[in-house]
Design a protein around this ligand. Structure first.
Ligand SMILES: Cc1cc2nc3c(=O)[nH]c(=O)nc-3n(C[C@H](O)[C@H](O)[C@H](O)COP(=O)(O)OP(=O)(O)OC[C@H]3O[C@@H](n4cnc5c(N)ncnc54)[C@H](O)[C@@H]3O)c2cc1C
Length: 356
């Protein structure tokens, strides 16, 4: 690609689930669509390690349920299969640090969590395959949007684009903190966006693979709930085919500034309490500190609660005289923060664009 200005009808910022679904929904419309993505990979908060070897380890989005109807419908359209998360009927439960962990009976779950067979990345690959090969431009973080008469100029460090409509799919706090706008957005919008929670932005995921699923002995299933931590929740993360075995969990987000080796030592220390020496014999350790991802998370100005301002009415407005639309899962009025929210946001915006 050279440095010439390329004009499109619609430019989507971000090739996460919202951006890819939106491009897919618009692909047969009268509009030309491009996606500009900052990273060299697709998916944003969907990140399946080991995807190419069918040993998927989800460092981002993992579970969906039957209540996520637009997600289920999209998976059906893309002919992707799901399977139930193994939970078991009892969990290792650690209530307080002064008492030993014990086995707690889990209540029946009328809405079981499901995972994508082959990994959540399947959905990204399936969507990308439906798009023209030149729709997605990678490695180009958008840094500035400028309204010039009837168009928006979009600048990345290497290129300049123009577009009639721009759709942001960035978490709102990231959008107003990292992309310069001219003219600037209303102060009320900026203030609210800065106080809008980015779902899982502060999270740390960890996973270990093993040659044997030793955690399934004694009528257990690998489910761990701990108030003591640093792992708060953990689940069996073996693949559908059971050709490899893994445990995956959430590690306290407070430990983002220590080293990977220090976190691993803490993980093993905690698992030894439950499983003894078997815990040390892992094959591979994987982790993702989402807080350190500049294209997902920027710190807030003040304390923000989980899901704060997600789905707020202000995000349903468009800006820059109708040429800038605000999307992404945090703006959705259905299941904001989740994959369902990302897909719902894409449907809402596609409808808005097609009807105008
Ligand atoms: C650890 C973790 C666990 C999760 N678990 C679940 C789960 O089990 N179930 C569930 O439903 N959801 C889960 N989620 C949430 C789910 O991942 C998100 O709801 C969904 O992926 C959001 O999609 P999105 O496209 O709206 O945003 P994002 O995925 O954040 O996509 C935004 C895109 O914009 C790009 N971008 C950022 N800045 C720029 C820029 N300046 N220029 C160009 N591009 C830019 C990013 O690189 C990214 O690709 C989880 C998320 C995490 C992190």
């Amino acid at each position: 690609m050279n440095n010439s200005i390329i004009t499109n009808d619609i430019t989507i910022i971000g090739a996460g689930l919202s951006g890819l679904t939106l491009a897919y929904l618009l692909k047969d419309s009268k509009y030309t669509v491009r996606i500009i993505e900052a990273r060299n990979r697709l998916g944003g908060r969907i990140l399946t390690k080991g995807y190419n070897s069918n040993k998927p380890i989800e460092m981002g989005a993992t579970w969906l349920g039957n209540q996520h109807t637009q997600c289920i419908a999209l998976l059906e359209k893309l002919e992707l299969e799901v399977f139930n998360q193994k939970i078991g009927d009892q969990a290792i439960y650690e209530a307080i640090s002064t008492s030993p962990p014990y086995l707690a009976k889990l209540p029946p779950n009328p809405q079981p969590s499901m995972r994508l067979r082959g990994g959540t990345e399947q959905i990204l690959q399936a969507l990308a395959k439906k798009l023209n090969s030149n729709t997605i431009i990678r490695n180009q973080p958008v840094v500035r949007l400028t309204e010039i008469n009837d168009i928006i100029k979009i600048e990345t460090p290497d290129h300049t684009f123009t577009s009639n409509i721009v759709v942001s799919t960035l978490p709102p706090n990231l959008l107003v903190s990292t992309i310069e706008m001219s003219p600037s957005l209303p102060q009320s919008f900026i203030d609210l966006a800065k106080a809008t929670h980015t779902w899982m932005g502060e999270s740390i995921k960890i996973a270990l693979t093993y040659s044997e699923p030793f955690w399934r002995s004694n009528n257990l299933s690998g489910t761990i709930m701990s108030n003591v931590g640093p792992i708060g929740e953990m689940y069996d993360h073996s693949n559908y085919e059971e050709s490899f075995f893994a445990l995956k969990g959430f590690f306290s987000g407070n430990y983002f500034s220590i080293t990977k080796e220090q976190r691993l030592a803490m993980v093993i220390g905690q698992l030894q309490k439950y499983y003894g020496h078997q815990a040390e014999k892992f094959l591979h350790y994987e982790e993702k500190v989402w807080r350190n991802e500049p294209y997902t998370f920027v710190p807030y100005n003040d304390h923000v609660l989980p899901h704060q301002n997600n789905g707020h009415d202000i995000f349903q407005n468009s800006f820059l005289n109708g040429k800038l639309i605000i999307g992404g899962t945090e703006t959705s009025q259905r299941y904001p923060g989740y994959m369902e929210g990302a897909i719902h946001s894409a449907h809402t915006i596609a409808k808005k664009i097609i009807l105008t």
